[in-house]
Ligand binder design. Structure first.
Ligand code: NAI
Length: 372
């Protein structure tokens, strides 16, 4: 099969859809890989690393995807790029299917079978394809570094000849993939860390990382939904959550908020009154910015300062650590590609398959999202 890896063109996107390790494995299995010139450069991967792995390099998007059976990207293609995708080919990338109806229609019109990387099921079988988790790991790590870099203080406790510095306090909201990595990173930097989540099952995970779990009456198994995700809370429970968080915030230097419910706006966990209760100089890094933010004052892609508190509406943090983010994303894509090749040398799309069926948003000339 012929697999194409174009250069990403979305603003600030520095990742690439496959890395040389994945290329080498696919070439060894008898496939031909074409990489667009410079596709890995912003992730620190030169063209030579791809050719060394057995890929050929094409000068532009059109030359890269010509004759491709599968195109591996990070961000969704532009309309101009869709027009160049070979009819009947497969596409793997983030597609934001719920917001991109026109894109899906255009892909279906070209008879492209498109796999949305954000729709990978959270199951043991699909774990190694789960790019939401792999990229959230990077984002959780980077969120702490970003916030720490903005604080007017150090995070570790230091005893020096010039006096003793008290350790910084970090509070992590939502202890899923990004949150647990944020906790671990803040602990490594020497902060005193606490965390809150509505799912009681994560209490032990939080504590095993050396952080304190903030208790609230709303923390109950009733908040657990399918696939390890949370459900939306009833108003009364939501108020209990706000009360518990509100008590903690005045003593906190850095908040990393990651609470999410799939397919829903981010739960509102920090009101503007709660921001006003925090010390001037403290920082909130809101990873849920793109789905509306966990903080009432968050604006996606911007840093807002209110009452001396900086609220960072972080977007696409994974792309700011492009080499390792690409390495993990590329492994997720490779595993999906291998899954689609499972029955031999050619791609087979079986929409009855649990993984393929959940991720394929267009197939056979039709849009199949949202699923019936
Ligand atoms: P996840 O689903 O693994 O974790 C979210 C956690 O939030 C879950 O543990 C859930 O129980 C918890 N939660 C839900 N409602 C809550 C509430 N009312 N109070 C407290 N906790 C609550 O999600 P993951 O993969 O860790 O992603 C977290 C967020 O980060 C998502 O919004 C995701 O889109 C975002 N993200 C942002 C990136 C960026 O660069 N800004 C990059 C990667 C992820």
């Amino acid at each position: 099969m012929r697999i194409a890896v174009p250069k990403e063109t979305a603003p600030l996107e520095r990742r690439v859809g496959l890395v040389p390790d994945g290329v080498a494995r696919l070439v060894k299995a008898g496939h031909a890989i074409v990489v667009e010139q410079g596709a890995g450069v912003s992730a620190g991967i030169p063209d030579a690393a791809f050719t060394h792995a057995g890929a050929t390099v094409a000068p532009d998007f059109a030359g890269t995807v010509a004759g491709a059976d599968l195109v591996a990207k990070v961000q969704r293609p532009t309309p101009g790029e869709v027009a160049l995708l070979p009819e009947g080919s497969l596409l793997v990338s983030y597609l934001q299917p719920s917001a991109q109806r026109e894109l899906l229609a255009a892909l279906a019109a070209r008879n492209v079978t498109a796999f949305a990387m954000e729709l990978v099921p959270r199951s043991t079988k699909a774990q190694s394809i789960d790019s939401l988790s792999s990229q959230a790991t990077v984002a959780g790590y980077k969120a702490v570094l970003l916030g720490a870099g903005m604080l007017p203080k150090l995070l570790p406790m230091l005893t020096t000849a010039a006096g003793t510095l008290a350790p910084g306090r970090v509070f992590v909201l939502g202890a899923g993939v990004a949150g647990l990595q944020a906790i671990a990173t803040a602990r490594r930097l020497g902060a005193i860390v606490s965390a809150f989540d509505v799912r009681p099952v994560v209490r032990e995970q939080v504590q095993s990382l050396g952080a304190a779990f903030v208790e609230a009456e709303a923390v109950s198994t009733a908040a657990e939904g399918a696939g390890g995700y949370a459900k939306e809370l009833a108003d009364e429970q939501q108020q209990k959550v706000l009360d518990a968080i509100g008590k903690v915030l005045p003593a906190i230097d850095l908040v990393v908020s990651t609470a999410q419910i799939p397919g829903r706006p981010a739960p509102r966990l920090i009101t503007k009154e709660m921001v006003a209760s925090m010390s001037a100089g403290s920082v909130i890094v809101d990873l849920a910015a793109e789905t509306g933010g966990n903080c009432e004052l968050t604006r996606a892609g911007e840093t807002v300062v209110a009452h001396g508190v900086s609220i960072v509406g972080a977007v696409n943090l994974a792309s700011t650590v492009p080499l390792h983010a690409s390495q993990m994303y590329g492994r997720n894509v490779l595993t999906l590609v291998q899954h689609l090749l499972a029955n031999g040398g050619a791609f087979q799309v079986d929409v009855a398959d649990e993984i393929t069926g959940a991720m394929a948003v267009t197939h056979g000339g039709a849009v199949r999202f949202p699923a019936a």
